[in-house]
Design a protein around this ligand. Structure first.
Ligand SMILES: Nc1nc2c(ncn2[C@@H]2O[C@H](COP(=O)(O)OP(=O)(O)OP(=O)(O)O)[C@@H](O)[C@H]2O)c(=O)[nH]1
Length: 393
């Protein structure tokens, strides 16, 4: 055999052996190697890299990849049943027992003094002191006493009914103002009415916002709530609970967000939804903190870019007396308060604050809080108030 032919055969055999060895290796199962990478896997990795790049570029929050649905779905949580709150009309009459409990000692004290056998100087002074102790204010107290002295003299006799009638008229003359007590909740055109709820810490703003929303729903209105108290996370949760119970959507943002932006979004949502009323709960702030008061002014100005503000309700705690008046003055300067919601009237005998706050601020008390229950907020009715504190039962 030719030596060249032999060499060619040997080389061919060696080549076939080497190729055969590699072919067998690649078909054998073993550890995942580079050659095992699937196109899908490569695509996923490329996709992930693209997402990461986008995130790096835009700083957006990453959304977790969609999970494959489980074979059997867990049961949907049951929708909470919506409550049907009672309408707002006649609430003060329903809550008169609360009012009688807290205020009637004041009324009865006055009636007893006026009915005493001799109405001498000391007695008149005591009547004036009783009125001042009830936070009615010095000016109003002396006006009431002056007028009563004159009328008692003219009347001559002082039977219990006459005394009651006199006192009723004098108290009503001090409480009734020409100002309108309507809470302006009616939408105008395609825009909802906008109500801002303001006040110092702990007066009951969030509670009043929630109670008012309930009362409006009870009156057949649709309401959107704005949790612009972004300072206290619990306030937003509290409001969501109030809203959830009556099906009122609550616009919120994370703690520390700009309250003006929450308020703006809440009004936008109200317009989109065609809601009747938007109520914005704001953070409690001390009237002495200029920065915080400026922030409140900003919230109102930002809302006004979207819609007029129909009502600014100042929430005052009836138990804080004179301090409440100081707060009212400063808030009035910053946001043009249109009405007072006087809370915790069930917890104090100093209902006379109603007279003083209206006189000082020239703004009517529109709502009164008479308890911690969800429906313990009532439109203020001066006649029911006076009749209750002068009633014998
Ligand atoms: N007895 C009584 N308690 C009330 C009334 N209104 C509110 N409260 C209570 O007052 C407390 C404070 O109420 P909130 O609504 O949290 O007060 P807030 O003004 O929103 O508080 P901040 O957000 O901290 O400023 C709660 O315990 C309420 O239940 C009322 O009319 N009567």
């Amino acid at each position: 055999m030719d030596i060249t032919l032999l060499a060619a055969i040997v080389i061919a055999v060696v080549l076939l052996t080497v190729v055969g060895f590699f072919l067998v290796r690649t078909q054998r199962p073993g550890k995942p190697g580079k050659e095992e990478t699937t196109p899908e896997a490569t695509g996923e990795a490329a996709g992930a890299t693209a997402v990461e790049d986008r995130e790096r570029d835009t700083g957006t929050v990453r959304t977790p990849p969609a999970q494959a649905p489980p074979a059997t779905r867990p049961a949907e949580p049951a929708e909470p049943e919506l409550e049907s709150p009672p309408p707002s009309a006649g609430r003060m009459v329903r809550l008169r027992a609360r009012l009688a409990r807290s205020q009637s000692s004041f009324g009865q004290g006055l009636l007893n003094l006026l009915s005493s056998d001799s109405l001498d100087e000391d007695a008149w002074e005591e009547i004036e002191d009783t009125l001042i102790t009830a936070d009615i204010g010095v000016t109003s107290a002396s006006q009431i006493v002056e007028s009563l002295r004159t009328r008692v003299k003219v009347l001559g006799t002082r039977g219990p009914d006459e005394v009651r009638t006199l006192l009723r008229e004098e108290l009503l003359a001090q409480i009734t103002t020409a100002a309108d007590r309507t809470v302006h909740t009616e939408p105008h055109g395609d825009r909802p009415a906008v109500i801002m709820v303001v006040g110092v810490n702990g007066t009951g703003k969030t509670t009043t916002t929630g109670k008012l929303a309930r009362a409006l729903v009870g009156d057949g209105r649709s309401v959107v709530l704005g949790a612009a108290d972004t300072f206290r996370a619990a306030a937003s949760e509290q409001l969501q609970t109030w809203g959830g119970r009556v099906g009122a959507p609550v616009v919120t943002k994370e703690e520390g967000s700009d309250p003006a932006s929450v308020a703006f979004d809440a009004v936008s949502r109200g317009i989109e939804d065609g809601a009747d009323t938007v109520i914005i709960d704001t953070a409690g702030r001390l009237h002495t903190k200029t920065g915080l008061m400026d922030e409140l002014g900003k919230v109102k100005r930002v809302v006004e870019k979207k819609s007029q503000v129909d009502e600014v309700l100042l929430v005052l705690d009836a138990t804080t007396g004179q301090n409440g008046l100081r707060q009212a003055r400063v808030f009035g300067e910053v946001v043009n308060v249109t009405g007072i919601a006087l809370t915790k009237l069930d917890g104090t005998a100093k209902g006379g604050i109603i007279v003083q706050v209206q006189r000082e601020l020239g703004v009517p008390v529109k709502l009164v809080g008479l308890g911690e229950g969800p429906d313990d907020l009532a439109p203020f009715d001066p006649e029911v108030f006076v009749d209750t504190i002068l009633s014998e039962d």
